[in-house]
Design a protein around this ligand. Structure first.
Ligand code: ZN
Length: 305
């Protein structure tokens, strides 16, 4: 009897800079992974065509390898209607993206197709394979250029009444604070993202994340103070989320958490200092498990849970 073709899942992770896409197996292992510069500035049509081309490329790789592609999923910045696949809210990262129907755009060969917000894909990947596995409630926060958030409630990704849940990065932290690309002022990500940190750090002569974290590890008090301040802002913002949701897990991801391990503890201390005691009884503050690949893996598993 002929062996049946092993199933694979297609995932696309569209970011503000790059498009990552690949084939993932049933265990969440990435079999094929590619990264190209996303054609953000060339307009909606060109970008959609780039996504279609990436999908077709993966379909032909799967056919060549004699794998059976069972699903196509894409994670995108902005609010995405999970039912229709339409981008319903603009993202400052991709101007003019609102209104695109990602599900229809990628439905190329009759394979079931799904689309969601990128941070929700990260939360889904952590829920199925990572730090939120077996958790009923968790908040997955990714700290990078901005701050992304995905919420798990009752063991499922919670998308909200209009697909905008989890946008913790745009919580108002400082009344009348720094202007944000979202149009508001004083958003958490203007104070606690890696971009915000480096904006302050560059004024003190640290010209890269590596230079800053190396200095802090080597005992430079100015470098350590800059990072501690960022961690305090982040902890304060996340404390509000913990008070609201009372999650089992607060999961922190993004390259910076790996580059500077003490950061996690600093954020946790600030959260614990500020949160209602009852909300701390079961709270664990942990590092994301899937790293940079979470968005791609989560996209490939959209529609599975
Ligand atoms: Zn904002």
């Amino acid at each position: 009897m002929a062996k049946s073709k092993p199933p694979v899942f297609i995932g696309l992770d569209l970011g503000g800079t790059d498009l990552k896409y690949g084939l993932v197996n049933s265990d969440g292992k990435i079999l094929i992974s590619k990264k190209i510069r996303a054609k953000i500035s060339e307009g909606q049509k060109v970008l959609v065509e780039q996504l279609r081309a990436a999908t077709r490329e993966l379909l032909s790789i799967a056919a060549e390898k004699k794998w059976r592609a069972l699903r196509i999923g894409i994670g995108s910045p902005g609010a995405v209607n999970f039912e229709t696949g339409k981008v319903v809210g603009n993202s400052p990262n991709i101007p003019g993206w609102e209104g695109v129907n990602l599900k229809n755009s990628l439905r190329i060969s009759g394979i079931p197709t799904f689309a969601d917000n990128d941070a929700n894909c990260v939360a889904l990947a952590e829920l199925i394979f990572g730090a939120a596995k077996n958790s009923k409630s968790a908040l997955c926060v990714t700290i990078g250029t901005g701050i992304g958030g995905g919420l798990v409630l009752d063991g499922k990704v919670y998308r909200g009444s209009s697909y905008s849940a989890g946008e913790i990065g745009h919580t108002a932290l400082v009344f009348e604070g720094k202007p944000c690309a979202c149009g508001n002022r004083g958003c958490l990500e203007k104070y606690a993202s890696v971009s915000a940190l480096m904006e302050n750090a560059s004024k003190q002569g640290f010209d890269s994340v590596r230079a800053l974290t190396d200095a802090a590890k080597g005992g430079d008090t100015a470098a350590a103070a800059l990072i501690a301040e960022q961690a305090a802002y982040l902890g304060a913002g996340l404390a509000s989320a913990v008070n609201l949701v009372n999650p089992e897990k607060m999961i922190l991801g993004g390259g910076f958490v790996d580059v500077y391990p003490p950061f996690l503890k600093l954020v946790e201390e600030e959260i614990r200092k500020r949160v209602f005691p009852a909300a701390l009884l079961k709270l664990q503050v942990v590092k994301a498990k899937l790293g940079n690949e979470a968005g791609l893996v989560g996209a490939a598993f959209l529609g599975s849970k």
